[in-house]
Ligand binder design. Sequence first.
Ligand code: DGL
Length: 270
Amino acid sequence: MAVGVFDSGLGGLTVYDALTRRLPDVPFVYFGDNAHAPYGVRDADDIFKLTTAAVERLWEEGCDLVILACNTASAAALRRMQESWLPPGKRVLGVFVPLIEALTERDWGDNSPPREVAVKHVALFATPATVASRAFQRELAFRAIGVDVEAQACGGVVDAIEEGDMILAEALVRSHVDALKRKMPTPEAAVLGCTHYPLMEDVFQDALGAEVSVYSQASLVAESLAHYLGRHPQMKGKGEAAKFLTTGDPRRVSDRATQFLRRKITFEAA
Ligand code: DGL
């Protein structure tokens, strides 16, 4: 009964970590496409090709349900996958919707018409491809009215994190927050719309100020998956073994992953 978790690299480990805490009996198979990260600077066709190849590899591991723990893939490829690519019996879920449901005070899977919500000014921090897709604004518009979103493309942050250069990552986060604040001086909420960013959550919070609520996805996605599996228990695929797969160098990727999650993680070649 394995479930697949896909990310372009290591950022999805923040989601993986929350999933394993919330659903300790489900074996998760993690796929990091480290050889092709970052996705955030690629075009939508490229992201679609890479994401579908990774999802097919996860099917081979017996994962009928795959979580795209990557906002860039969710924003640039998910809709096309669901509309014209996915065969019957397979499901792919993204990471935007659970977060937007939380932001707009909805129950999981509540598809009622859009309505007014408490939050009015939202800052979105994401990769250039996610910002360009406007998928966040589109999904938000299905659920809420009157919310002003200012998006900041955070170039360079994912590369710095993948390289383990946290000093550079911190400097970049601070300069992206400054740039956002010049466009929207007083956001009430900030969305960390990239799975790598929770690794820098303290820096975002510090730069934004304590009065801004920072939404990060990991625990929201885990809660929403638990709810989904409760309603669709058959979507736990037949795979049994939890494992970590990478298209990159397994030794190097394992070292970085172990550093991020502060426990031993061993990747194997995908
Ligand atoms: N971690 C991914 C995301 O959530 C993408 C980072 C990248 O590959 O650019 O957007």
